[in-house]
Design a protein around this ligand. Structure first.
Ligand SMILES: Nc1ncnc2c1ncn2[C@@H]1O[C@H](COP(=O)(O)OP(=O)(O)O)[C@@H](O)[C@H]1O
Ligand SMILES: [Mg+2]
Length: 271
């Protein structure tokens, strides 16, 4: 069985819409909700690389990208590229519609992208899809979109969704000037809402090494109330292979797994 039973919610979530079922789910898998300080900071790279690292250790991992916006159209169909990357990295055979229940064309926050497409996102459907995936896998990795407070509906943000799914957060920090502020705002907001934060990863999507980029790790270590479990350098093109598959990144993230998913490692030792 992929999940463990809990007898109540660990989290108090503020601002949950009244239409959302507030009952805690009866099952909770090991997993992480991967959120970024912004869009384009490396959430998909980190989620895919973590999924591949878990898979390489023989751990059955499921993935979810609840809502993907900015999807290109191919042959009249929207292509959820992040969801497809995560599916490939995890080796999951779950249907793409389950991994990614909502895909939208406009590169906008989900609430707005849905509005301009004449749709509305049903949080209950996201919970249902998650529960089905959680019942199938030992670990589940969920990638958000943009940052923590990005709206899914008027009354539900990714912060609220992470609370509803009862997953600890992993915060991906894009290293640039402004990262200290964005990282602190993200982590403090999560802790204030009583979400659990497993840790943060400092990622360098850009090649340049500004003064801020050279000093971010040391500064974050002193000001963030959660551990920065890894720093990912800017990665060169991997000779045609996707960046998430690179051996250097795989080694780096494999080393973080026991800190990010301690329950899983404890359970492994006990069995
Ligand atoms: N450490 C890195 N080195 C090189 N390229 C990176 C790195 N991190 C991210 N990228 C690239 O930056 C872009 C945005 O990363 P992505 O993981 O898609 O961000 P997000 O999911 O947060 O929007 C992608 O093209 C990705 O390959
Ligand atoms: Mg992404």
């Amino acid at each position: 069985m992929a999940v463990s039973v809990v007898h109540g919610s660990r989290f108090t979530v503020r601002g949950i819409p009244s239409t959302v079922n507030r009952q805690p789910s009866t099952v909770r898998p090991s997993g992480l909700f991967i959120i970024g300080t912004d869009t384009g900071v490396g959430k998909t790279l980190v989620t895919a690389a973590l999924a591949a690292a878990l898979r390489a250790q023989g751990i059955d991992v499921g993935v979810m990208k609840p809502i993907e916006t900015g999807c290109p159209t191919r042959m009249g169909r929207l292509l959820p590229q992040d969801a497809m990357t995560l599916r490939e990295a995890s080796g999951s055979r779950d249907a793409l519609d389950l991994i990614n229940p909502y895909r939208l064309r406009e590169p906008l926050a989900p609430m707005v992208a849905a509005e301009v497409s004449g749709r509305r996102i049903d949080i209950g459907k996201l919970k249902e899809s998650f529960a089905r995936l959680a019942g199938r896998h030992r670990v589940i990795l969920v990638e958000g979109a943009g940052g923590l407070m990005v709206p899914i509906t008027e009354r539900c943000s990714f912060l609220d969704l992470a609370g509803l799914l009862e997953l600890p957060l992993l915060v991906v920090i894009g290293s640039r000037l402004g990262a200290l502020n964005h990282a602190r705002l993200t982590v403090e907001a999560a802790l204030h809402a009583r979400l659990s934060v497993a840790g943060a990863i400092l990622n360098h999507p850009n090649k340049d090494r500004s003064h801020a980029q050279r000093t971010n790790l040391s500064a974050l270590g002193r000001i963030l109330p959660v551990p920065v479990v890894a720093q990912i350098p800017h990665l060169g093109a991997g000779g045609g292979q996707p960046l998430w598959r690179g051996p250097r990144l795989q080694r780096l993230l494999a080393g973080c797994l026991p800190r990010l998913l301690p329950e899983l490692w404890r359970r492994d030792k006990e069995t």
